[in-house]
Design a protein around this ligand. Structure first.
Ligand code: FAD
Length: 544
């Protein structure tokens, strides 16, 4: 048996025998697909016997027979779905391997240039050149390719489809899970269960959009293409770049090795946010340190939120007096918008927090429970019983080295229209964008409809007309039951969503807590990700 290599995930072969199945297992294949109907010729091993043997050897076996010359869309779709869902690498076979290779080739239609598909098959020994016209018909450009199926990417797709159903939108996203990250503060505070913050990615992809499960590796904006890590090429008319930012756990020496153990935690990860609450409940006395890295970071208030909710628990349980709490903030101020500093300082004082500004976490020794900070006065090392870390953050590498990036590595867009400053058919938003707003889901909620309006205008040959004012929001959970609701735009301009008599953002308020705990998660899943645009009506330039 000599399997012919098509991709890292798939090889094809002529009819397999029981012995060939054993060899396939030895070669590391994990799934066998049989594309041959039983009884095509005398002496052909039955699929059932092959399946039983494969399963005894720990391999998956799928019988998906196709008649020669009878390969239609249904057969190709079934083959694609099997490949997507099964353990890899896969070995597919038929009489000669041609049917399996053909199924693969047709499943790549529109994902890769037709000539590449045919030449890959040729190198494996299968001449599929007669498929070229059919493959070329499928390789047209998508109306919109969206890079990233997080908060910003999904909201944009939903807003586009609300305005123009039938638009051909592809969302490229590598993860199976979609997270409501603002909920992680509440997980770390013992208020939400982690499961409330996570849904299957497949369940948030808007109806009408196509999910390509994969990661973009390179941008080619001159030729309107992106290439995925598996080599797939996607051509587009309009591109939306929304890959978020990167949590640089390696940016603090020793952090990654000890995160989630030795009293070191972070609400910035789905895996460790529950550990924050475990530590808070378990700590009876000692030292608790909370850290904040240099800007830009997503939700600049989240490091403080973790601290206030922890202090509130220790206060309610009568332990706060036994716990020394310090906030080591790499920045020079407690919060970037001055109007919110006084109410926050009242909590800092009330909880007795030692506020250390311009103090940056640079190393953690988990087993020894020691954290080292760079300060103006030089390095200092402190012992701790609990350490809550907000990791340093940066632009994704594949974006930073692309022609789309600004100097800091983020998608360089116009702050008002969200359109790229050099490529007219490219938009960028969310944490991966260059706009100087607070990197929050609230910002993405406002940006998505603006991108949708402007992208459709450009697609129709018109000028972008919706403008973004830099709105972002940070609900600071100063205690269980009360929130200081910071809402502001470019330049720190206050942009409250409600009149002061409903919610005064500069005061800790119960209604804001209800907003954070009940209303906003609901609005996120049912409004923002579905294109309803509640609290996010786009501002149109003429009407502005
Ligand atoms: P993300 O939601 O992170 O999505 C980016 C997506 O891009 C990911 O799914 C990722 O897998 C994908 N991706 C990455 N690389 C590639 C690639 N190469 N190809 C294709 N796809 C790729 N915001 C608020 O509004 N209020 C809050 O109270 C709040 N609190 C927060 C608390 C914490 C602890 C954290 C961590 C965040 C908080 N945020 C808050 C911030 C908010 O979650 C983010 O600003 C928001 O999720 C940004 O959306 P995004 O789509 O830009 O990024």
């Amino acid at each position: 048996m000599s399997p012919k290599f098509l991709t890292a995930d798939l090889s094809v072969a002529p009819q397999l025998t029981l012995g060939d199945i054993e060899e396939a297992a030895r070669l590391g294949f994990r799934t066998i697909i049989d594309n041959r109907p039983d009884d095509e010729e005398a002496g052909q091993p039955k699929a059932e016997a092959l399946a039983a043997h494969a399963r005894r050897l720990g391999l998956e076996f799928v019988h998906q027979p196709v008649e020669p010359g009878q390969i239609g869309d249904a057969e190709v779709e079934a083959f694609s779905e099997t490949i997507l869902g099964c353990a890899k690498p896969v070995l597919a076979f038929c009489r000669t391997g041609t049917r399996s290779a053909t199924l693969w080739a047709l499943s790549r239609k529109g994902q890769q240039p037709a000539a590449d598909i045919v030449s890959t098959a040729k190198a494996a020994g299968y001449d599929l050149s007669t498929l070229l016209p059919k493959l070329e018909r499928g390789s047209r450009a998508h109306d919109v390719v969206i890079v990233g199926g997080g908060s910003a990417g999904i909201a944009t797709a939903a807003s586009l489809l609300r305005r123009r159903p039938g638009l051909d939108i592809v969302i490229v996203e590598p993860r199976d899970q979609h997270f409501y990250q603002p909920g992680w503060t509440m997980v770390g505070g013992g208020i939400f269960d982690p499961s409330e913050t996570c849904r299957r990615e497949a369940d948030v992809i808007p109806t009408g959009a196509t999910w390509v499960k994969g990661a973009v590796a390179t941008f080619d904006p001159e030729r309107n293409r992106v290439a995925l890590e598996d080599g797939t090429i996607l051509a587009y008319r309009m591109l939306v770049v929304a890959p978020g930012n990167v949590l640089d756990w390696k940016g603090v020496d020793g952090l990654e090795a000890t995160l989630g153990r030795n009293g070191v935690t972070s609400n910035y990860s789905y895996e460790t946010a529950p550990y924050t609450w475990d530590l808070v409940q378990g700590l009876r006395e000692g030292v608790a340190l909370f850290t904040q890295p240099p800007m830009p970071i997503k939700c600049a208030g989240a490091p403080q939120k973790a601290m206030y909710l922890s202090c509130d628990h220790w206060k309610r349980t009568g332990r706060l007096g036994e716990i020394e709490v310090a906030f080591h903030n790499a920045g020079a101020v407690l919060f970037g918008v001055k109007e919110y500093v006084p109410p926050l300082m009242r909590y800092v004082d009330d909880y007795g927090i030692d506020l250390q500004l311009e103090s940056k976490l640079i190393a953690v020794d988990g087993p020894a429970r020691r954290a080292t900070f760079a300060t103006k006065a030089g390095e200092i090392t402190r012992e701790f019983d609990m350490l809550h870390v907000c990791p340093p953050q940066r632009a994704p590498e594949f974006l930073a080295r692309s022609p789309l990036a600004d100097q800091a590595g983020y998608t360089e867009v116009d702050p008002a229209t969200m359109r790229h400053v050099r490529y007219e058919n490219v938009f960028g938003l969310g944490d991966g964008g260059s706009t100087p707003n607070a990197k929050t889901a609230a910002a993405a909620r406002k940006q998505a409809p603006i991108v949708a309006v402007n992208l459709l205008a450009v697609l129709d040959g018109k000028a972008p007309k919706a403008v973004y004012d830099g709105y972002g929001s940070c609900p600071l959970t100063v205690e269980r039951g009360r929130i200081v609701l910071a809402e502001f735009g470019y330049g720190g301009k206050l942009l409250p969503s409600f009149p002061k008599w409903v919610i005064d953002g500069q005061k800790p308020q119960r209604l804001s807590w209800w907003l954070k705990g009940q209303a906003l998660p609901w609005i996120y899943w049912n409004g923002m990700l579905k294109g309803h645009e509640w609290l996010a009506k786009p501002q149109i330039a003429d009407a502005a």
